[in-house]
Ligand binder design. Structure first.
Ligand SMILES: Nc1nc2c(c(=O)[nH]1)N[C@@H](CN(C=O)c1ccc(C(=O)N[C@@H](CCC(=O)O)C(=O)O)cc1)CN2
Length: 279
């Protein structure tokens, strides 16, 4: 779908990914983003900086990328090393090139109900697409529960569902009777970072369940020291009641990368004065 849209646009979207440090998981994600960008025919560049790079040098690189007309999307992989102020880096990215949708201008545009002028955070944007596809009709009036209130997933997810006229509840670590809140939800998004916290009997019959969790837990059955990846939802139990449910791995994660590509194409279209495709 994105490939077709890229070809139809006649553009060569440019994506720059900045990785600071040697975090192994970040290296994997950045590699996957670069490969996907190349597969789609983007101009793809990766800047790999040592963990000791100063904040001033990271900011200088971001400013250079802001000024580069061949680059339409800039992504600084998180987490950054502790001595770098992530907010300062993210706020230095030109909002028009902020394909992660983390800049306060983009967050604000979503919050005031102008998503068409924003770049929207990739994970919640991908979740919304999956939800719309699963529900297959307007979401207006449906009860949605978002568990988790992070700036990257929980809050923008809630904003997007509100934009679709859902009745949205945001639950978090201090919420009371989470199970009861969940049992009312037609749409349940779990983004809390607690392995298999959402049990099968929390899920309303026919609900759409989106699992954003990515938790590595010990898996001694695979051998000493081995781990396996699980979500925030007990998948097997929950899938007995849900009408649709995303697996972990293979659900929201790959969708996040797809939405990053969609955002980069959107940014390139806007820069060229072309109407971006609607995904
Ligand atoms: N600048 C950003 N940093 C980070 C983001 C982000 O959206 N922007 N999100 C995460 C990491 N992330 C993308 O960067 C990401 C994480 C996981 C996956 C994914 O496809 N996961 C696989 C499983 C991989 C595994 O086995 O470990 C899956 O779910 O199938 C994609 C992207 C933090 N940083």
């Amino acid at each position: 779908m994105i490939k077709q849209a890229v070809v139809a646009s006649g553009l060569k979207p440019g994506l720059a990914v900045v990785l600071v440090g040697e975090d192994p998981a970040s290296q994997v994600y950045v590699g996957a983003k670069g490969r996907k960008a190349e597969e789609l025919g983007f101009h793809s560049v990766q800047h790999t900086l040592s963990a000791a790079t100063s904040e001033a040098d990271v900011l200088a690189l971001v400013r250079a990328l802001n000024a580069d007309p061949a680059i339409h999307g800039i992504l600084v992989q998180l987490p950054l090393p502790g001595h770098i102020n992530a907010a300062a880096v993210l706020e230095t990215i030109d909002p028009a090139k902020d394909v992660d949708g983390f800049h306060p201008i983009n967050v604000g545009r979503l919050a005031i109900g102008e998503p068409e002028r924003a770049l929207i955070s990739c994970t919640p944007a991908g979740c919304l697409l999956l939800i719309k596809r699963a529900v297959g009709r307007p979401l207006a009036g449906l009860d949605a529960l978002v568990i988790g209130r992070s700036n990257i997933v929980g809050k923008p997810m809630a904003q997007l569902l509100l934009q679709e006229s859902c009745t949205v509840t945001i639950a978090h670590s201090k919420s009371r009777d989470l199970a009861a809140l969940a049992r009312r939800a037609d749409i349940l998004v779990a983004a809390v970072g607690r392995p298999e916290m959402v049990r099968g009997d929390w899920v309303k019959e026919g609900a759409v369940v989106i699992d954003v969790g990515m938790n590595r837990i010990p898996a001694p059955e695979r051998g000493a020291g081995k781990t396996r990846l699980v979500g925030d939802v007990a998948y097997t139990e929950a899938s007995l009641r849900a009408s649709a449910i995303t697996p972990v791995p293979g659900g929201v994660g790959p969708m996040t990368i797809a939405m990053l590509m969609a955002n980069t194409l959107t940014a390139a279209c806007r820069a060229a004065g072309i109407q971006p495709p609607h995904f």
